[in-house]
Design a protein around this ligand. Structure first.
Ligand code: FAD
Length: 416
């Protein structure tokens, strides 16, 4: 039977992909089809981390996708990473989402940091430190996570982080809590954001530190259970840091540079979106195979001859094209110091992807019908996983709407 819908999501010719983009997307798609798709049910059903997928990602060099070639990585740029991640999200949302957190620890400390005009001294120090992190990933298969959320407004970028790093002579003592910490108990290092502060001092976002905490450091614990609606394989439990000592060498970025990046390289927060672009594509892939009677493990019954189903498929395809088009534009134009229009488009992109992926999954369930939503089939998981995209800080659907509306109606500094 011909596998009609596992064509590339972004055709090389139409989207003018580079050789590297084409080949990494192909690699991701092959991994997805041959390995990840078949394992996704178990990770979701048992809410367990996709460890086998991570072994494959390591073997294929994909843990180092954004690590510069001179440090042993694949040297992919922002767009190349995003396109590759979308192909992975198509086959296993939880793998793509957690892989994103890992990759960001290399992307932000790498290409993004290079755009931030550090002084020669700070740059030299940063180069030395990031080489250590990169080596851990390339040589030992270390996995980094990205636990920023604390349940307050810090992860939304509104207030300083409540996890505190008290400076000592050689490093910091960390105290605090992170909720929804994907990869908890599975990452080798937790890449946390926290506020550097001496006792009695005021907190400031400018003092944000981005540090790598070894998961086996004394004072680190993982608590709580994990039994959510979707993205169950992310294992996003709660992390507690109690008087954890971190040496200066374990800083992922120089002090204040994360804050700088968030302001000057805002597309860094679009990195959660490729997973959901992949899920949107997966819902369409499923629907077409199912209605043609070509989905493995289902009876070869054709359901495509009803006009209502054809119309719904057309609506899904139109929504998918809309998602892909705005997303491709935003990931292509991502840069340091983007214009207000580019930033607004990035928020619109995030909203369109996160809300759109779930809408497509809803249409898929409706048009495929009752038998298609059995837990044994991937659509039911895609439906639940896709619901999680809009909740992800710092660019939740509400925050995107809020910022687009305000920035359209008010010039900077304008008040009523
Ligand atoms: C599957 C999954 C995996 C995750 N993994 C990670 C992870 O690895 N690391 C990590 O750091 N976080 C992770 N998160 C957490 C996520 O980014 C959010 O922090 C979390 O969902 C917020 O939950 P909350 O209940 O505190 O909601 P709230 O933050 O209270 O949000 C509730 C509502 O308030 C809105 N809101 C919140 N802040 C503002 C604001 N300042 N302005 C306007 N509206 C606002 C939101 O849009 C939302 O509608 C994950 C979440 C999920 C669902």
């Amino acid at each position: 039977m011909k596998n009609i819908t596992d064509e590339p999501m972004f055709e090389t010719k139409a989207f003018k992909l580079s050789k590297q983009e084409e080949s990494l997307c192909k690699k991701a798609r092959n991994l997805g089809i041959k390995k990840f798709a078949g394992r996704a049910y178990k990770y979701d059903d048992e809410a367990v981390f996709p460890s086998e997928n991570y072994q494959d990602l390591y073997r294929e060099g994909l843990l180092g996708i954004c690590i510069p070639k001179k440090n042993g990585g694949l040297g992919a740029n922002f767009r190349c990473y995003m396109l590759t991640a979308a192909e992975i999200g198509r086959y296993c949302g939880a793998t793509a989402l957690t892989w994103n957190m890992h990759v960001c620890s290399t992307l932000w400390t790498g290409i993004l940091a290079d755009d931030l005009n550090m002084s020669a001294r700070i740059n030299k120090e940063h180069n030395k430190k990031r080489a250590v992190h990169y080596k851990r990933i390339i040589k030992n298969g270390a996995i980094y996570s990205q636990p920023f959320s604390e349940g307050g407004s810090a992860a939304a970028g509104a207030t300083p982080f409540l996890t505190i790093a008290t400076p000592t002579k050689n490093g910091w003592i960390i105290n605090g809590k992170k909720i929804f910490a994907s990869l908890s108990g599975h990452a080798s290092y937790y890449g946390i954001l926290c506020t550097e502060k001496k006792p009695g001092e005021q907190s400031s976002q400018k003092d944000t530190l981005y540090l790598a905490i070894p998961s086996d450091a004394e004072g680190v614990s993982v608590i709580g259970d994990w039994n959510p609606l979707g993205m169950r394989g992310t294992v996003s439990r709660t992390l507690i840091f109690k008087d954890v000592f971190i040496p200066k060498e374990d800083a992922l970025m120089p002090k204040g540079k994360y804050y700088d990046a968030a302001k000057r390289w805002p597309h860094m927060f679009l990195t959660l979106s490729p997973t959901y672009v992949g899920l949107a594509q997966a819902a369409v892939d499923f629907t077409i195979k199912y209605l043609r009677g070509e989905l493995p493990n289902t009876p070869p019954v054709k359901r495509r001859m009803f006009a209502t189903k054809q119309i719904t498929v057309a609506e899904m395809e139109i929504q998918l094209e809309n998602i892909k088009t705005i997303w491709f534009q935003s990931i292509s134009e991502a840069c340091v110091n983007p214009s207000p229009q580019q930033i607004k488009r990035a928020y619109a992109t995030q909203f369109t992807v996160m809300e759109g992926a779930h809408k497509i999954a809803q249409l898929a369930i409706r048009t495929c019908g009752g038998q298609a939503m059995l837990k044994s089939l991937s659509l039911e998981r895609i439906f639940r996983d896709s619901r999680c995209g809009s909740l992800m800080l710092p660019w939740t659907a509400e925050i995107c709407l809020d910022r687009i509306g305000k920035s359209s109606l008010y010039n900077p500094g304008e008040k009523d």
